[in-house]
Design a protein around this ligand. Sequence first.
Ligand code: GDP
Length: 529
Amino acid sequence: MDMPLPADPRVAAEAARRRSFAIIAHPDAGKTTLTEKLLLKGGAIQLAGQVRAKGNARRTRSDWMKIEQERGISVATSVMTFEKDGVVFNLLDTPGHEDFSEDTYRTLTAVDAAVMVLDAAKGIESQTRKLFEVCRLRDIPIITFVNKMDREGRDPFDLLDEIEKTLALEASPVAWPVGQGADLRGVYDILHPSLRMVDSDEVIPLTGLDDPAIEARVPGDRAATLREQAELAAGACATFDLAKFLEGSLTPVYFGSALRDFGVAHLLEGLARFAPPPRPRPADARIVRPEEPKLSGFVFKIQANMDPQHRDRVAFLRICSGRLEKGMRLRQVRTGRQVPVNAPLFFFAKDRQVAEEAWPGDVVGIATHGGIRIGDTLTEGDALNFQGVPSFAPEHLRRVRLDDPMLAKKLRKALDELADEGVVQLFRPLDGSQPIVGVVGLLQLDVLQSRLRAEYGVPASFEAAPWTTMRWMASEDRGAIERFAAANRMDMAEDHDGEQVAFFTSDWRRRRAEEEFPMIRFLPVREQH
Ligand code: GDP
């Protein structure tokens, strides 16, 4: 086992000014609008329409396919980097459609914090809740932004109460709205007594809630309401506590309107001040500290055809420690192979730029011609594997049917590459029959089919497999898995990483297997290495 290396002060300083985060929201809550406004604040090179084009949750299935075909890109996560007041923000975008939730889960393994956007009129919605649960699994600190305060919405107390009750998360208002809907005038900053007014960047310092300067900005009766509500909030709501926020048990709550660009600067200041820089990350061999001098990172996403002119693939590497330098050769721990990093890509919104160097918390793109997989750890030498990039047991299993048997070899290669990318999961039955593909959301199958045809020239279709459920297996007793495999050979396969999996034709059969083989754990989730 390697001993932790001494800290490199330059790496430590660069890591300390990184904030890597994602936005989680139910479709329509305003994630796209907020993203645009954040990028503009950071002066990222960004055309408003660029994000809009990806604002995607409401699209229908045919829209998705059109995007795939026209732009030749996969429906995918992107990374946007921007800098403000010395802080480097890496915003990792997540697809809004729930059929691509695997992508979202994987992306959430690469962030250090999340912004949860709520629609002031709707509060916590189904997708907010699901995404929140994933954050909770990893104790990701969450900042809440109550959006659309310029429209009639629910009472702020009611919203805070809902966060506490439905998410079991302490909600601490750090701002209090002055008015709401057409009446929205601004917010009172509870942590640093001051007023921030709609349509102005000015921050008006106050001595506190009793400062008469409030009246100068807010007409009398509204000032009284603000005082009354803010005092009530101070008494009734959780007080902001940084330690609780960092451990994921408390969320600071901001109020604003992304559309009117109100409250966004306040939120960004909150991210800079409270959201954590990269933290030590567990790997199988040891815990890796960001300030270590040697580079390490893991691939959480692979995207094909980012540029329709060049049919390339880009592996997204989240850097966990050390300094990445152009021209480096990294070791792919899974295979021991060297991966040259000649032109690491940085993502300033729509522009890709070649990075000279990158630091913990950053995400860089590495061009690849295959061979890199989601979950792969790349390092400067240390043989360790980061943990936590999950695979989920697919909800749908299909046999791939090839229209032209002459293309079998091509199909195999195509499926391998697409499985590396995480487009689908791939299983090879132990009995040697046709490969099985598994997906969490059915739209993934459409994407697979269109990419097989467009990129590989392999027309294929899918037919029902006899199985409905699949599980990974783990046991301290190796013999148990062998006995199980011997008895169930027709229902066994290897996954893309060579792990044995069991297929079941019904949940009832799965439960029976669990009873018959109590020494085997049948797992619905697997962490990739
Ligand atoms: P997404 O699906 O979460 O990405 O949501 P969008 O950012 O696309 O926003 C959904 C709709 O809400 C769009 O029509 C936006 O113009 C609108 N919207 C977003 N933010 C606000 C806001 O602060 N106030 C109002 N009134 N509308 C908003």
